[in-house]
Write a new protein. Sequence first.
Length: 318
Amino acid sequence: MVIRDWSSDVCSSDLGDLDQALPDPGRTRDEIGAMFRSFNHVVESYRSVASVCAAIAGGDFSRRVPRRCGRDALADAINLMAERRQAAEEAMGQHAAQLESRTAELEKLSRQAQEQAALEASLSELNSNLRGCCGVGDLAGRALDVMIGFLGAPAGAVFVAGADGRLARIAAHAYPEGEAAGRTYAPGEGTVGEAARSRRRLMHGPDDRALRVIFGFGGVAPAEVVAQPLVADEVLVGVVELCLFRPLTEAQSRWLDKAAEAVANSLRFAAQNAELRQVEERNRLILESASEGIFGVDTGGRITFVNPAACRMLGYGA
């Protein structure tokens, strides 16, 4: 009677429903009770298999099917599948991590290569602009234009050291005017003078009320002001001061060091040429105004110059 009732319940339920179990209200110990218990044990085993398989399908490979006996082929097969799938997923995860790391490294190298290419191109442009400049002021203006363009600086100025050691502003771009914006600085005076004295780059964030870059629509405070000394062969040539809306990046910092060296050498060469021209002009005036006859010869005895007084003494036109 109990078996017929249970059979009717099972047949009327959905096939594959592992929640079904044989009732054993009397917990009998005869053949029928043993059959009930055996069936329930099988259902419980299938329920465990189904639970582990569902976990594997959901990506959880840590679950295992408990073995029902010493040689449980089904549990061993499912557990082996889970272990291998778990190992494969771990290997794929490691490969994906390595691939992501290599991709990030390649992207970093690509950015560095692009930055280096831009750096070299800008330095080449700077050197090209510095060629053919005769005057110190013209050279400083061209150098400042390239620096402002590469660094995106809204304002800046170049100060050149004179014979007395003071630094005079000879080139400027959108530089503020007024009492606060000095035209000359002694070594150690202000940021410009301190950069000249210490011969190292100085950077600071100014008070937005004290310094503003003026545009047509109003004033904007810079994020950083940089004073870069210009040194050639350990000789201070000048200082370039730049206002920046963003702090210097590592690549921009390297570029500024190289650009400052190139500008310093060019300014020193231009200053030496200017001094040489002044000396030549002074000597020319002295020779032409002298009342005594003066002439010069080279090592081969050839006359290289004669002043007007000597020409008159010899009966020649000056």
